[in-house]
Design a protein around this ligand. Structure first.
Ligand SMILES: [Fe+2]
Ligand SMILES: [Fe+2]
Length: 312
């Protein structure tokens, strides 16, 4: 019995490998890295296992200040509302983009990305609801947090999707919006780790999905940059246009946010001072000005590295 299973296995695995390589039409990239099976293994069976709305039941307790301190409570809600504005743009945009994808393997990937983005939207909504925020109040918070810079950026993303320009929309969603936001995810999940480990976990859970989405973006945009001059130039022009808008968004808001965070940090320094807000740097040792500077530097660095990787 054991012998027959052993004898059967090699040929079985060869067969499934051959099938996996041929199941979808995908040009010049490996679809098995981005198919539904991969998604199941990455998210539902691994990062989301044993969670409910993205939170493990044994995660630490929420600091009383998040409920009782007016300023902490307000910043907490505004932060989640800001995440929500991006998630809404993402899930509505990516779902629409499916019909404009160049091949079936990309469509399959976008279906999984749509579920990821929708889940992010849901878990952040759920967290706000747990703090007594109604859907109407949540919409208002989201509206309040959408600055004119952020609105221009979101509008330009939507425009590419509405035009059905797949390459441009992918660049905007999966390279610029998600890629440049890496340092923000890292900062936010560290910042809230003492006040609310649950929120940190939600942010980390969303972040791990975004990393995967960016990988797909890189794989697919690299195809366009390799195609030839016209296509490459177009990608380059779009990348710099989106990059400028996204930089405006960060520059106009980072100082304001960090100032608010610092007001809270100063008040609770004994409890939060040891948070490693940047690698090797405790929050008690980095001034408000330096935090804003480091964050901006990291955002630009992420972008530069990514542009190099995709050949722009
Ligand atoms: Fe997302
Ligand atoms: Fe994403």
């Amino acid at each position: 019995m054991i012998e027959s299973v052993a004898a059967e296995s090699p040929s079985k695995s060869v067969t499934s490998e051959v099938l996996a390589q041929e199941k979808f039409v995908a040009d010049d990239w490996d679809p098995s890295r981005f198919d539904v099976q991969h998604w199941l293994e990455r998210a539902p069976w691994r990062t989301l296992r044993d969670t409910r709305y993205g939170i493990r039941p044994d995660i630490g307790v929420t600091h009383h200040a998040v409920h009782d301190d007016k300023l902490v409570n307000q910043i907490y809600k505004l932060d989640i509302a800001t995440f929500l504005t991006a998630e809404r743009v993402s899930y509505t945009g990516i779902a629409k983009l499916m019909q404009h994808a160049p091949d079936e393997a990309s469509q399959v990937f976008l279906a999984t990305q749509t579920v990821d983005e929708t889940r992010h939207y849901e878990v952040f909504c759920e967290r706000l609801a747990q703090f007594g925020v109604s859907p109407q109040q949540r919409d208002q918070l989201m509206e309040d947090m959408t600055t004119k810079e952020l609105r221009s950026f979101y509008d330009l993303i939507r425009e590419q999707v509405d035009k059905g320009d797949f390459a441009a929309a992918m660049m905007a969603h999966n390279i610029i919006l998600e890629g440049m936001a890496y340092p923000i995810y890292r900062y936010e999940s560290a910042y809230w780790s003492v006040f609310d480990p649950s929120l940190s976990q939600l942010i980390r859970g969303a972040f791990s999905d975004e990393v995967h989405h960016v990988r797909f973006g890189e794989a697919i945009i690299s195809r366009y940059t390799k195609l030839g001059d016209a296509s490459r130039n177009r990608m380059q022009r779009l990348a710099s246009e989106f990059h400028k808008l996204m930089t405006d968004v960060f520059e106009s808001s980072i100082q304001h946010y960090i100032h608010l965070y610092q007001l809270v940090t100063d008040q609770y320094m004994e409890e939060v001072g040891d948070i490693e807000i940047f690698q090797g740097k405790k929050i008690r040792d980095v001034s408000e000005k330096d935090q804003a500077y480091i964050l901006m530097e990291q955002i630009q660095q992420e972008h530069q590295n990514r542009m190099q990787r995709i050949g722009l």
